[in-house]
Design a protein around this ligand. Sequence first.
Ligand SMILES: *[C@@H]1O[C@H](CO)[C@@H](O)[C@H](O)[C@H]1NC(C)=O
Ligand SMILES: *[C@@H]1O[C@H](CO)[C@@H](O)[C@H](O)[C@H]1NC(C)=O
Ligand SMILES: *[C@@H]1O[C@H](CO)[C@@H](O)[C@H](O)[C@H]1NC(C)=O
Length: 624
Amino acid sequence: MNLNVHVLLLLVLSSAHPSLLKEYDEDEDCLISYKRGVSAYLENNFDECVTKLEDGLKKYSNYTQALQSCRIKCKEDAELADPLYAIDLENMHFYEKAIRNTLCLMRCRKNNMVLATSTSVTPETDQIYQDAKPYEYLHLCYYQKKEYQKAASSAFTYLVPHPKDELMRKSLQFYSTLSEVDTSSIVNYEAKDHVYLYAHGLDAYDKKDWKSVENNMEESLIAYLQAEENCRALCEGPFNQGWFPDLVPSIANHYTFSLKCKRKCPLKLNNLNGQYHEDLLPSHYHYLQYVYFKNNNLKSACQAAASYVLFYPNDDTMRSNIEYYKKLPKVESSFFIPRPEAAQYVRRLTYEKRLLHFIDTEYKFKDEGEGSQAEVLTLKNYNPNFDLFMNDEDLNGTKRFVADGLFTQHECNTLLNLAKKYALKGDGYKGVASPHTSMETFEGITIGRTALLLHFGRIKSKQLYLYLKSTDYAKKFLEEYFDIKRTLYFTYTHLVCRTPIVEAPINRTDFSHAIHADNCNILHNGVCLKTPPAFTWRDYSAIIYLNNNFEGGELTFSQDMFGKTIQSNVKPKCGRMVAFSSGFENLHGVKPVKSGTRCAIALWFTFNQKYEEKSRNIAYKLIY
Ligand SMILES: *[C@@H]1O[C@H](CO)[C@@H](O)[C@H](O)[C@H]1NC(C)=O
Ligand SMILES: *[C@@H]1O[C@H](CO)[C@@H](O)[C@H](O)[C@H]1NC(C)=O
Ligand SMILES: *[C@@H]1O[C@H](CO)[C@@H](O)[C@H](O)[C@H]1NC(C)=O
């Protein structure tokens, strides 16, 4: 069992499929507000942009606060309850607590106004809000509305978690030069309480106002620990395991996922308005030992010093402070007991770090045995007879081609079987079964999940190998054809099948996938803007077809976004690949699939390493 790889893979493959961003998930309030806000921005409707984005931020904050308080309260209640049987047999106390906790969570959700009336926030939406994404647009919309102070604060709020964002830095600099903006009042809208309290503490320290340092630092400490508990509570959300593990691995996987999330909380909390302070929490004890000493509270000074050395046992300064305190006449040895919250914190930290270290070192991938090795060796025979079939001119456009021969029929069948057995409805579209047209169901399987299936012995390495090798080969051919000299990266690989629903009329006129460009947003005036939420990093696209035993489903290149002036059509067949540059010059769509199931591998490539498809590397590790 290789937990680490599972978790890694799952983290990779649980990322949303990019094309989803154009779709509205009607079930999710926070996501809808965000998307409506962004759309309004793209359409220059700045009032609507501000209303929607502000609304989304408020809803998200309401929602997370409610969720945090339920999770924290229910955990406490479950801890306090007397077990149904006094002796802890087979860890049953653990499970009983989990059961009590669950019951409490269900009631809490039902009784909480916010939770009862809103739909669950998905991990993808969490990511948007945790990354402060709404502020990326909000500052622009405030600016357009001449609300300059808010524009500046929004830009600043976005910069705190993204301090290296050059564009946003320039925006903030620009706002700061406006006469309407008071630079001393620019705030981080997402700052937690400890950020202010700590800053006040430091101010007071500079002014040698020891009583105020004491108060602010004590309050900041409480606020920090509370914020960390809240952050950790948000880490106890759902986790898509992607397959059906046994009881124990299922608990272990989910717990590991949650633990990794929790260990990231200090990274967020230690960011004081863009500056990262690794030792933020322990530094409270450092200041406190000093001010308690100044305020003649020796016992508290000693306790704070003893607390500090729990975090940094070899800190010379604090060690010598302790030696100094020990020699003072009124000091007793009992003064050097660390504060309980510090002791508790460090114990948990130590255990969690040890556990993660154990996971990282022990869950190394080992070969699956000789059988699969032997199979990989014979697979090296994959050696396609690839041939150019149509060029730009044949296709009545630019930067596009069609080539044949990437797969033999046998190889197509291998991949079709993989899709038939394991493709999931709405894969990459958060389970939305019909993301492009209500007349068809859409099923898909990524490289990452294929690798997981191999890892669990559900499929043969041959299938993963073929999936990886053929797409590598396609990339190589594309690079040669377009004479690409820079490094091109895979950004997303998706084996997908489209099937008309039973009720779909044979004379339907919708598209299987409407005319679109892969890396820009077509606006109503026909302009294609290369800005978010489009996948602006996509540079080339390709599709490799696996079958032709269906009706319809031709790929269409069009001159306009309505499909009025069709330039060319490509009929799918096993082993045929069509490739093109991802911009406005290659508007394309898919004609409706009238009967049967159309399967193909969709590929997107980028020059931007940041968007590289990480699961490929993991998949290769699993094969060899
Ligand atoms: C957030 O919660 C407050 C108080 O519970 C409520 O008045 C407000 O309408 C909520 N805001 C949104 C956007 O849901
Ligand atoms: C499709 O055919 C049905 C019944 O034959 C008809 O009622 C409907 O109007 C047709 N739809 C289109 C788009 O032609
Ligand atoms: C390109 O355009 C010509 C003329 O309109 C047409 O006959 C041909 O079928 C088009 N090519 C493709 C591949 O559709």
